[in-house]
Every structure is written in structure tokens, then in C-alpha cells.
Design a protein around this ligand. Structure first.
Ligand SMILES: [Zn+2]
Length: 473
């Protein structure tokens, strides 16, 4: 029987009542999924003074000035009660001590759980040496010689932790209901796998341009460039996280620099406005750099940054809103097997530390530093943290420790149920390279300069894949 006007009105009231019934209301209140996703971004300058030691190579190198300032760039996310923060520092690596201190302090200041905070390094080779075995050796040598360390004129670990905490608290204070958009594209011809099968049957890293003994590359690249952008009410992009897998070692010299991401951000600002903020997440690039062995010329930071920045702007223009924003964080600590050495080997390495930066073959220097470093660690395993941040039904971010081989990042993307999986390395730890099982058999630099045993990388992949599956909406 057709309803008259009052009948239709009554039906509408019943429907509305049903909609706001107690269980329904409870569901709405308890679920943070319906709440808007808020994004805040902020940065602090973490440039050390000139004269401080630089890290990037195996010699003692002092900064003479600044090409472009180093930053800690924070992105804070909030949806209902769920909160998270990711910080990207223009550093070669972040020490676990600084990362843990900063996470705890930022958590106290903002209420974001420390486990929901990731402190990652971009891997700039023109950044300070403030931790690790080489720094410990140089510092001890200075103290012995002069009674003080003139190259540590500031307490940089404290300055850095202060800077990271301030970036997070400022980003937290800047939270706004923004729209998160995601886009992925490709940048080919810029990044190269740096490991090669040679004519003598060995595998070598960086064998030199136009080397006639190169047979073929020993691994793939990951040309994917992800751009995760935040947009204001007017639709304008206010900032972005860009993730690309290629070593940040395109500058060199003795001036502080954020390397090619600095130029990438400048390029994006030329189109998107001076206030646009770009944070750079290093993709898994343990075996990837910018050296094209088929040509003599080497691309410089400005050109690389411009190319990536222009590509990122184009990719961003094609972006789509992250579907069903639903912030959630999961993490796990993997006990990865560690390379251990006898007490005699460690004593012998300690005695040879002063030969680093000298005439010894490069890999011998790397080995000495690795064994010396092992002497400063305890136990047979290294606790390695894997974090996964779900942003929505189609987008997740994975944070891994160490310089992770590209094959491992590709495996995570392959197994992820999220169409957009951003895999970022060098998070919360300083453990040098994480090669594949295959690379451990082949050898060369990254294997020598690794703190973990064969299989640790695959354990990280398993852990990340499991967390991604758990977070599948
Ligand atoms: Zn590296």
C-alpha cells in the first residue's frame, strides 16, 4: 500500500531513530575510523658546527662549512585516539641511543606511544659522525692525545635528540584535518644496482665505470617513486613524503649537505610554493647507487634532485585520496643473528684501528672496523625493530633498520596486501648493511660491512609481511 505524506515522514523518523540506536552510537563513538585523519609537519635545523667530524667514508674528515642545512623533518598523524609520528633526518644513520631517547621524550611530550614513532635517516654522506665504532675510536684517540676532543665542540647526540623532539612536538601542534593523497610512478635511468658479476667469477661492488671485466649486474633496482602528500581544505598540497631507493652519496667533500633530496625539495617548491615541505624516506637501497658504469660522466646531486623533483611533481598531480583512512601501527622486534668474533680477533682489530684511513686495502679497513664494532656489542643476536604504519585500505608504510638490499624491499612490496607499500630503511638503528642470503654467498663490500648473519634480511621480510597481513583492512 503506498504511504501518504505523514506515513513517509514517520518512516523517516523510524529510520533516523534506528540509525542512532544505542549500539549504533556506541560503534560510532568507539571507532576512530570515522574520525578525520589529521596531518602535521614540522622541521628543525640539526646542522652541526663547522669543524665537527663528518661520517660517510672510512677516514677522519672535518666539516668546513654548510652547503645546505641538515634537518629533522617530522610528520605526525592522528585519527581519533590513534597517533603516529615519522621523522626523517638528514643523517647517514641514526644511533639507537638517540632514537630511543627522542622517542621516549617525544612520547612524554605528545602522548604518541614511543612504539608508534619512527626515527629514520636519509643516509646523507655529508652528515656528522656522532656515534658508532669509528667515532668511538677517533674520539678515544683525541682524548688520549690532547685530553679533550676538539672536533666535538658540541654534545651533538643531545642537540640531535632535542631537534627531533622539537620537530615532533611542533608537528603535533600543527595537526590539521588534511586529505592524504597517494601516488606512485617510476623514475628509470637514475638508480643502478652497484654489484656486478665479473669475468673472474667474483661479484664486486662499484667496479668502476667502463670496466671491461664486468659481465652483468648482480641484482635489480626498484624504480618506483612514491609520493604521499597532504592537502589542505583548498586542495593545495602542503607537504609530502617521497620515497625512492638510491644511495645518498652524490655530493662528497666537506660541506654539510642533505644530498639530492635537498635539490628535490627545491625543485618541488618551484612548482608547489615555497611553503611546501618534502620529507625524504630512503627506500631499500643497500645495493643501489647513482653510478652508471656504462658512461664516464657521473650525475651530480643538483641534476639528480631536479630530475626526481620534476618527476615527483608530475606523479603528485596524478595522486588519489588514500582510500578509507584508518590509521593503525604494529611493530615487532626480530632477534636477528649477529656476526660474532673471538676475543683475540677483537683485540687484534682494535690494535689495527689506527690504520683505517691509511694505506690498507679498503675491504681490510672495513673488516677491521666491523670486528672492532662487534666487540662493543653483546649477545648472539641484534634486536631489530620492524614497524608498519597503515594509513588506509590501500596504503601502508614499512620501516626497517639498516641499509637493506633492494631485493628485500621488493619482496615486501610483492607480498603486501596494500597496493601502495612504502618501504623505508635506516629506521631507529645503526647496523650497516642488511644483504640477502644470495649476496652473503657472493661476498664483496656490503657483506663485509654487515653486522648481521645471512638470513637476517629474510627475517625482516617475513616480519614485515606478517604485520602487513595483520593490518589488512
Ligand atoms: Zn651506504
Amino acid at each position: 500500500m503506498p504511504l501518504d505524506r505523514t506515513g513517509r515522514a514517520r518512516q523517516r523518523v523510524r529510520m533516523i531513530r534506528a540509525l542512532f540506536s544505542l549500539p549504533c552510537l556506541l560503534a560510532m563513538v568507539t571507532s576512530s575510523l570515522a574520525a578525520p585523519l589529521e596531518v602535521g609537519m614540522a622541521r628543525t635545523d640539526i646542522t652541526p658546527p663547522a669543524g665537527y667530524r663528518m661520517r660517510g667514508y672510512f677516514n677522519e674528515r672535518l666539516a668546513t662549512g654548510t652547503a645546505d642545512p641538515l634537518f629533522a623533518k617530522a610528520i605526525v598523524l592522528r585519527q581519533g585516539d590513534e597517533r603516529a609520528a615519522l621523522v626523517f633526518c638528514d643523517l647517514i644513520a641514526v644511533s639507537p641511543q638517540v632514537a630511543q631517547a627522542a622517542r621516549n621524550r617525544a612520547s612524554n611530550a605528545t602522548g604518541i606511544p614511543a612504539e608508534h614513532i619512527c626515527i629514520a635517516a636519509t643516509h646523507s654522506h655529508t652528515s656528522p659522525m656522532f656515534s658508532g665504532s669509528l667515532r668511538a675510536f677517533f674520539h678515544a684517540r683525541a682524548m688520549e692525545k690532547w685530553g679533550h676532543d676538539a672536533f666535538e665542540m658540541v654534545d651533538y647526540p643531545k642537540t640531535l635528540a632535542d631537534g627531533i623532539v622539537k620537530a615532533i612536538t611542533d608537528a603535533h601542534a600543527a595537526l590539521r584535518p588534511n586529505t592524504l593523497r597517494i601516488a606512485a610512478g617510476e623514475q628509470r635511468g637514475l638508480a643502478f644496482n652497484r654489484r656486478f658479476h665479473m669475468k673472474d667469477g667474483t661479484v664486486r661492488f662499484n667496479p668502476g665505470v667502463l670496466n671491461p671485466d664486468i659481465v652483468r649486474t648482480a641484482g635489480p633496482t626498484d624504480p618506483q617513486l612514491h609520493v604521499l602528500s597532504a592537502h589542505g581544505a583548498d586542495g593545495k598540497a602542503v607537504g609530502a613524503l617521497a620515497v625512492f631507493a638510491m644511495h645518498l652519496d652524490t655530493v662528497g667533500g666537506t660541506l654539510w649537505s642533505g644530498d639530492y633530496p635537498h635539490h628535490m625539495e627545491q625543485t618541488m617548491r618551484a612548482t608547489l610554493g615555497a611553503g611546501f615541505q618534502m620529507a625524504f624516506g630512503a627506500g631499500t637501497c643497500g645495493d643501489i647507487n647513482h653510478v652508471d658504469v656504462t658512461v664516464k660522466e657521473r650525475r651530480l646531486a643538483a641534476e639528480i634532485g631536479r630530475t626526481l623533483g620534476e618527476r615527483a611533481v608530475k606523479i603528485l598531480a596524478q595522486s588519489k585520496p588514500v582510500t578509507g583512512p584508518s590509521l593503525a601501527v604494529r611493530r615487532v622486534v626480530v632477534e636477528a643473528p649477529r656476526q660474532t668474533f673471538s676475543a683475540e680477533a677483537i683485540t687484534a682489530a682494535a690494535a689495527k684501528m689506527d690504520q683505517i684511513g691509511g694505506k690498507l686495502p679498503f675491504l681490510a679497513q672495513v673488516e677491521i672496523n666491523k670486528v672492532y664494532d662487534a666487540g662493543q656489542r653483546r649477545g648472539n643476536t641484534l634486536p631489530l625493530e620492524v614497524q608498519v604504519f597503515r594509513l588506509g585500505a590501500d596504503t601502508a608504510i614499512v620501516c626497517l633498520p639498516g641499509e637493506v638490499f633492494v631485493e628485500l624491499g621488493l619482496a615486501i612490496k610483492d607480498r603486501s596486501p596494500f597496493p601502495n607499500t612504502l618501504v623505508i630503511e635506516l629506521a631507529n638503528e645503526d647496523i650497516a648493511y642488511v644483504p640477502t642470503r644470495k649476496a652473503f654467498v657472493e661476498g664483496s663490500y656490503e657483506v663485509v660491512n654487515s653486522r648481521v648473519k645471512s638470513g637476517a634480511g629474510e627475517m625482516l621480510v617475513e616480519a614485515a609481511a606478517k604485520l602487513l597481513l595483520q593490518l589488512r583492512p
